[in-house]
Design a protein around this ligand. Structure first.
Ligand code: NAD
Length: 467
C-alpha cells in the first residue's frame, strides 16, 4: 500500500474511532486555521511573492489571508445554527423524523497556485465546519508557499486532522485516485476531467471548482466609464490570474473609442507605472508568460487591433520581470486563441454588438461561464439577461462581488464546475444529510406492506388511481 493510501486509511480510522466531531472540535479546527494564518501571514505573503516573482503584498493580505480568515470565522460563528438536526413535522401515524447533519469523513483538497491560501483554507472552512478531516495537495507552481504551508500545518494540527502532501501532477494523479469520502478540486477544466475520471473509480463524490471565459456585457444605457473602471479593477487584480476575472467584454457598437479612453484613464490613475510598481503582480511562470505573448501574437497575426495600456515609456511586457500590461484587443474573431481559451492574464478582448440579444446568444453558444457580469440600469434587460443566460453566478453593475459574500453559494455550472461551497452551502456540500426515522410502537405504516395483502386495501388504492 502506498504512503498516501496508508495516510488516508489512518485518518479514516481516526474519524470512525473518534466518532463524529462535536461542535467544540470543529470550532477548534477552524480557530487553529485562523491562528496559523494570523501568526504567519508575513512569512506566507513573502513566500507567495517569491513564488510569483513579485506578488502585490496588498493583494496577498486581502485576497489570500483576510478572505480565508473571513470564511473560517463565518463558519465558526454560524456553526451552532447550521449543525442543528432539521426536524420534519406533521408526519401521518405519529412517526418522528429528522435530518441528521453527519460529517462525510476525510475530504481530499487539490488547490491551484493563483490564490494558494484562499483556495486551500476556503474549502477547509466548510470541510472543518462539517466535522471532517482533510488531506490537502497544494500546487507545485507555488513551491515555497506549499512547503511553508506543509510545515505550519504540521505545527498547528494533529496529522490525523489535516495533512499536506506536496508534489506535482504525478502526486496529484495518485492523490485523486485515493478513496476519499469527498474530493474538492480547484483548477482547470482539462485537469478537472482527469480528476472526475479518477474519482469515478472509487465513486468518490466531487466538487469541481473550474474556470472558463467569464463575459462582461455593457448595456447601451450604462456609463461606459464606470463599467470600464469597475471591470479593470478586477482585471488588474492578480493581473487577471483569477478564475472569475473578466475574460472578454461586449460593448455597444460605436462605443469602442469611449471604452478605450476610459480604460486608458483608469490605468493611468491606478497604475501610473508597471515594472517597478509594487501593486502590480507578475505572471506566475515563464511558461504562462510565453503563452500570453503567443496569444497576443496570434491575435495580431489574425488581424486584431491590439492596444497596449502600458504606462508611457514602459514596454508592453518585460520577459525578465514577467510583468505584462493590460492589452485591449479589438476586432477579435472566434479563430483567435484569445477567444478559444480561458485567458488568465491581462489580455482583454473587446467585442461589439448591436442588440443585447446578440450577447445572450453568444454566451449561450459557448461553455457555461463561472461568472457573467452585466452593466445595465434597465430592469427589463437585467431580468432578460438573468433568465436567459446560465453561469455560476451573475453580478449586475459590478465584477466579482459575489465571491466575498459568504452566504452565497460559490461554484460553476456545466463547463465551469460541479457543486458549490462557501457558508451554509459549503457546510451542506461536505455533510451527509441523513434522514433518521423513528417508527411508533404500533408500526402502522409498515403493516401496509405485509402479506397477506387485503382486497379491501387494494380496492382503496385502485379507486384512488381510477378517480
Ligand atoms: P491546474 O488544473 O493546472 O492545477 C490544479 C492542481 O491540480 C494543482 O495542484 C496540480 O498539481 C494538480 N494537477 C495537475 N495535473 C493533475 C492530474 N493529472 N491529476 C490530479 N491533479 C493534477 O490549474 P492551475 O493552473 O493551478 O489553476 C488555474 C486554473 O484554475 C484556471 O483554469 C482557473 O480558472 C481555475 N481556478 C478555478 C477557481 C474556482 O474557484 N472556480 C479558482 C482558482 C482557479
Amino acid at each position: 500500500m502506498s504512503e498516501l493510501h496508508s495516510m488516508l486509511r489512518t485518518m479514516k480510522t481516526a474519524h470512525i474511532d473518534a466518532g463524529p466531531a462535536d461542535i467544540s472540535t470543529r470550532k477548534q479546527r477552524l480557530k487553529k486555521s485562523i491562528a496559523l494564518l494570523k501568526d504567519n501571514y508575513t512569512a506566507l505573503c513573502g513566500a507567495m511573492s517569491d513564488d510569483f516573482g513579485h506578488r502585490s503584498h496588498y493583494q496577498s493580505v486581502l485576497a489570500d489571508i483576510m478572505s480565508a480568515i473571513g470564511a473560517l470565522k463565518h463558519s465558526h460563528d454560524h456553526l451552532d445554527e447550521w449543525i442543528k438536526p432539521e426536524h420534519v413535522d406533521d408526519i401521518d401515524g405519529g412517526i418522528q423524523a429528522w435530518i441528521q447533519q453527519q460529517p462525510v469523513g476525510v475530504v481530499g483538497v487539490i488547490s491551484p497556485w493563483n490564490f494558494p491560501l484562499n483556495l486551500a483554507f476556503g474549502p477547509l472552512a466548510s470541510i472543518f465546519a462539517a466535522g471532517n478531516r482533510a488531506m490537502l495537495k497544494p500546487s507545485e507552481l507555488t513551491p515555497r508557499t506549499s512547503a511553508l504551508l506543509k510545515e505550519l500545518v504540521a505545527q498547528y494540527f494533529d496529522p490525523q486532522e489535516l495533512t499536506v502532501v506536496t508534489g506535482g501532477a504525478d502526486v496529484g494523479k495518485a492523490f485523486s485516485a485515493l478513496p476519499f469520502d469527498h474530493l474538492v478540486f480547484t483548477g482547470s477544466g482539462a485537469v478537472g476531467k482527469h480528476i472526475m475520471r479518477a474519482a469515478a473509480e472509487n465513486l468518490v463524490p466531487v466538487t469541481l471548482e473550474l474556470g472558463g471565459k467569464s463575459p462582461v456585457v455593457v448595456d447601451s444605457d450604462y456609463d461606459i466609464t464606470i463599467a470600464a473602471a469597475r471591470t479593470l479593477t478586477v482585471k488588474t487584480f492578480n493581473t487577471g490570474q483569477i478564475c472569475m476575472s473578466p475574460d472578454y467584454i461586449m460593448i455597444p457598437e460605436g462605443s469602442e473609442s469611449a471604452f478605450q479612453a476610459a480604460s486608458a484613464e483608469f490605468i493611468e490613475q491606478s497604475f501610473p507605472s508597471m515594472i517597478d510598481n509594487e501593486d502590480y503582480t507578475t505572471i506566475i511562470t515563464d511558461r504562462h508568460f510565453a503563452r500570453l505573448v503567443a496569444m497576443l501574437d496570434d491575435a495580431r497575426d489574425k488581424g486584431a487591433n491590439v492596444v497596449s495600456l502600458a504606462p508611457q515609456g514602459e514596454p508592453d511586457y518585460d520577459t525578465k520581470t514577467r510583468k505584462m500590461a493590460i492589452h485591449l484587443i479589438f476586432g477579435v474573431t472566434e479563430e483567435m486563441d484569445v477567444m478559444q481559451e480561458e485567458i488568465f492574464g491581462p489580455l482583454f478582448p473587446v467585442k461589439t454588438y448591436t442588440q443585447l440579444d446578440d450577447t445572450i446568444e453568444y454566451i449561450n453558444a459557448h461553455d457555461r461561464p463561472l461568472a457573467a457580469y452585466l452593466f445595465s440600469d434597465n430592469s427589463a434587460n437585467q431580468d432578460k439577461f438573468a433568465q436567459h443566460t446560465t453561469s455560476g453566478a451573475l453580478v449586475i453593475n459590478d465584477v466579482m462581488t459575489h465571491a466575498s459574500l459568504n452566504d452565497l453559494p460559490f461554484g460553476g455550472v456545466g463547463g465551469s464546475g460541479i457543486g458549490a461551497y462557501h457558508g451554509l452551502h459549503g457546510f451542506r456540500e461536505f455533510t451527509h444529510a441523513k434522514p433518521v426515522v423513528v417508527q411508533t410502537p404500533q408500526g402502522e405504516s409498515g403493516l401496509r406492506l405485509r402479506a397477506p395483502y387485503s382486497q379491501e386495501t387494494l380496492e382503496a388504492m385502485t379507486s384512488f388511481l381510477d378517480a
